[in-house]
Design a protein around this ligand. Structure first.
Ligand code: B12
Ligand code: SF4
Length: 453
């Protein structure tokens, strides 16, 4: 079959935009191609296409199948793409975290969808196309959401090495940027899937709790291939928990050093999963930044979030990161239930005290698919965040939305309107070739700060 996989255009062209590769679609493309389908991939978001151009491209391609991906807060964009594409396409399939979290509700949200894929989609999508080609009679294969049929969950792949590598040859690789990269030539990669922790705000519907990791040799082979074939020189490891198993990180670093792969990288870690020796090895092997889910300086909030770390583990991890010569990024949640303005300000101050190089401030959102959703979805107010463009977050908090928005503004401006972070960001934007993205983010940020003032 002729399959078009598409990441639709931006909802709003004034939004800052994060043109990072659509890795999930690239995995799906590789799997479909290996099964003999003719696959094209359009990343209208990264290419800055208008909606008119997107519709014209779909109408010209007239594919048998259109595959889209969605996260819940931006699910309306995929629905708009499906509606626009409907007259020009046979089967329209939605995959990703949104259909996995909400299931058959996607058919009520958007009548243009014919089917959905729940969970990791590489095997399921091939089975779905076979079922569809055979007339869609009888029960759909496991993992497929179809109208009038109950979902039978699919078993996710246990051995990740049997999956075809992402079809990066179908991506507009030169269009990808990342603000904190230290060099141009940006790519992303996943070396493990799943996470055994149970943080209440995190949607693990796709990857699940069973941690499955790829061996070091396979990971470094892919990195070398990205460097050789696509000019990638800085990689974000998007694993939920890159540092979960210390010995695996050591193996990856040693393999990178042994083979001399010239790629710098950033990964996500937990403050309880690093030490100075490991961080120094990571630095030697090309790591430049480690992002940590610090979340809060309030022990009661960490307990509510079921983060399974203590407040005093963060300063130690950030100090070790600094001593190893690495930059640190702290993910922070402000205004969780139980927090008043003083508690929020304690966390804001904490970010300065631990010496974080970058901070990403958020509010607490109860997404479907998270343990928090069932408990808290009834009392959410809307709060805007400067990095979200026109997206507002349905935030769970005891603070009134306006008060929390004010504290969020205080946090962002207090942290970033200082010479050091501004200079560091400017330096990274130049080094990574992301000046355009940085300017757009700065403008969106300025509009937000001005509107909120
Ligand atoms: C990288 C990342 C991003 C990147 C880019 C995502 C992208 N374009 O691919 C950035 C930084 C931009 C981002 C932003 C956001 N993100 Co994000 N992100 C991730 C992260 C860390 C990794 C995604 C990834 O590459 N996974 C690896 C690939 C292989 O998995 P995958 O994408 O899920 O794809 C598989 C399946 O979903 C399925 N599939 C996916 N698409 C399709 C399509 C078809 C046709 C089929 C058949 C199957 C299929 O098959 C794939 C292969 O198995 C995940 C966490 C995670 N572990 O997945 C969060 C995650 C996806 N993000 C999340 C959220 C909430 C957001 C934001 C909405 C946050 C916000 N601001 O409120 C924003 C959205 C901003 C925007 N305007 O789009 C949530 C989504 C939860 C939900 N229910 O929707 C996640 C799951 C984090 C979490 N644990 O809560 N994100
Ligand atoms: S927030 Fe991180 S550590 Fe917690 S469950 Fe999600 S992926 Fe795992």
């Amino acid at each position: 079959m002729r399959v078009l996989l598409a990441r639709p255009p931006r909802r709003d062209f004034t939004e800052p935009g994060l043109p990072v590769p659509p890795l999930g679609l690239a995995y799906i493309a590789a799997s479909l191609r290996a099964a003999g389908h003719a696959v094209t991939l359009v990343d209208a978001y990264a290419l800055g296409w208008s909606w008119a151009r997107f519709e014209a491209a779909v109408a010209a391609a007239r594919p048998d199948v259109l595959g889209l991906s969605a996260m819940t807060p931006v699910a309306d964009v995929a629905a708009r793409a499906a509606a626009v594409a409907r007259p020009h396409v046979g089967l329209i399939v939605l995959g990703g975290p949104h259909p996995t979290a909400v299931g058959h509700a996607i058919f009520d949200e958007c009548p243009a969808y014919d089917a959905g894929v729940s969970g990791e989609g590489e095997d399921v999508v091939c089975a779905l196309l076979d079922w569809w080609a055979a007339g869609a009679t009888g029960a759909p294969p496991p993992g497929v959401l179809a109208r009038g049929h109950p979902l039978v969950p699919a078993t996710p792949p246990a051995d990740l090495t049997r999956l075809a590598r992402p079809a990066r040859d179908l991506l507009p690789n030169a269009a990808y940027r990342y603000l904190f990269a230290t060099r141009p030539g940006f790519g992303t990669m996943i070396t493990s899937r799943g996470c055994p922790f149970q943080c209440s705000f995190c949607d693990k519907s796709v990857g699940g709790s069973r941690w499955r990791a790829r061996p070091a040799g396979d990971i470094v082979d892919e990195l070398a291939q990205m460097h050789r074939e696509h000019g990638v020189r800085f990689v974000n490891f998007y694993d939920d928990n890159f540092t979960l198993k210390r010995e695996r990180v050591v193996e990856i670093c040693e393999e990178l050093l042994r083979r001399g792969v010239d790629v710098e990288w950033k990964c996500e870690g937990r403050v309880d999963g690093v030490d100075l020796e490991l961080l120094r090895l990571m630095r030697r092997a090309g790591c430049r930044t480690v992002a940590y889910g610090v979340e809060s300086a309030n022990a009661s909030t960490l307990a509510l979030l079921r983060k399974d770390v203590t407040v005093d583990q963060a300063p130690a991890a950030f100090a070790a990161t600094r001593r190893a010569g690495l930059r640190s990024l702290a993910y922070i949640i402000l205004g969780a239930p139980g927090e008043d303005a003083a508690a929020v300000r304690r966390t804001i101050r904490f970010c300065h005290d631990i010496g974080a190089d970058y901070v990403q401030f958020s509010t607490l959102v109860a997404l479907p698919g998270t343990p928090l959703f069932a408990a808290e979805s009834g009392r959410a107010g809307s709060v805007k965040n400067p990095v979200d463009g026109d997206l507002s977050r349905q935030t769970v908090s005891d603070l009134p939305p306006e008060a929390l928005a004010g504290l969020l503004r205080e946090a962002w401006t207090g942290f970033y309107l200082r010479p050091r972070p501004v200079l560091r960001l400017a330096q990274d934007a130049v080094a990574s070739g992301s000046i355009g993205e940085a300017a757009r983010l700065g403008a969106a940020w300025g509009r937000w700060a001005f509107a909120a003032a």
